[in-house]
Unconditional design. Structure first.
Length: 311
């Protein structure tokens, strides 16, 4: 990606200097003290790094069902638009990242701000950018803390994306996944969850899940994640239109990465079987399909996974 001279976000907070406390070393602990290693660990870590998949949740074979809110049409809609909470917004600590990887995060976040500010303006709404916190191993958040094992993720209560800086080294050195675009796509996916929060979709999804059994709640979550994939595609489409950032091979490498971390792929490699009712993020084919739909259309109205008959 071309990203060198297009501005930086003021909404990045660098907490990498914090002391995360003592860590436990080697592998992810499972029930009974069992630990994973080898190929299974690689697949799980790739999933957690790339798309905020909780590795323990994926392995735990939770169950999945249903369908909720639609994406708003172009124009102000009842029940949609930025949803403000009482009280002052959280502080915007921008501790200007200096190293190239952190600088890249700031540049990509600024890209997402430019794109979503434009999209929200066309709907007659104001886009409130999220914070992005860079941390090492662990930090505090309004969602009960952020840990590297959870991968990059969005915390709705404090409207913040959390990203462990170890993600960059692992992604490029250990897993051979694509570089710049894969990293940018991860950030765009998590910002997609922030867009869902602003549009009121996230709150409606949470209400539906609370009234559902585990199987149906999982299926609702799949639609939520696929919509964030589609929103990331919208970002890539409009970003390319505005700044001609994408280079040859960027999209292909991103799609290849997405195809490797679908729920079906993870289940097959970790348990030897696929249980669709346990999906929480969607299959490889579904994730690629919805990213491509957003990429091709550049319109959030084409990302209505909740009313789609076929995912």
């Amino acid at each position: 990606m071309r990203w060198g001279d297009f501005g930086r976000s003021d909404n990045v907070e660098d907490r990498t200097g914090e002391d995360p406390g003592a860590g436990s070393g080697g592998g992810f602990p499972l029930g009974g003290g069992m630990r994973l290693g080898g190929g299974a660990l690689v697949v799980i870590v790739v999933a957690s790094l790339l798309f905020g998949v909780n590795p323990l949740e994926m392995i735990g074979m939770l169950e999945g069902g249903g369908a909720p809110p639609a994406v708003p049409s172009a124009g102000p809609q009842p029940g949609y638009g930025p949803q403000r909470t009482p009280g002052p917004p959280p502080p915007r600590a921008a501790n200007a990242p200096q190293d190239p990887a952190k600088d890249f995060v700031s540049a990509v976040l600024r890209d997402t701000e430019n794109v979503w500010e434009t999209v929200f303006k066309t709907m007659g709404a104001h886009y409130e950018a999220p914070r992005l916190v860079l941390f090492h191993r662990a930090t505090h958040s309004a969602c009960g803390g952020a840990k590297s094992s959870a991968g990059p993720h969005y915390c709705a209560p404090d409207r913040t994306v959390y990203l462990d800086t170890g993600f960059f080294e692992d992604l490029s050195r250990r897993f051979g996944a694509p570089g710049d675009f894969a990293q940018a796509y991860v950030i765009a996916h998590e910002v997609g969850h922030h867009v869902q929060k602003l549009l009121g979709i996230a709150d409606k999804v949470q209400e539906l899940k609370e009234r559902s059994d585990q199987r149906r709640a999982n299926a609702i979550q799949v639609r939520m994640e696929l919509q964030a994939d589609c929103f990331a595609g919208v970002w890539a489409n409009l970003n390319n239109q505005l700044k001609n950032r994408l280079e040859q091979g960027d999209i292909e490498s991103g799609l290849n990465a997405a195809s490797q971390i679908g729920d079906d792929m993870i289940q097959r490699k970790t348990t030897g079987r696929v249980v669709p009712d346990a999906f929480t993020h969607g299959s490889s084919a579904q994730r690629v399909k919805w990213f491509k739909q957003g990429l091709a259309s550049g319109q959030i109205q084409q990302c209505d996974t909740f009313n789609a008959a076929d995912l």
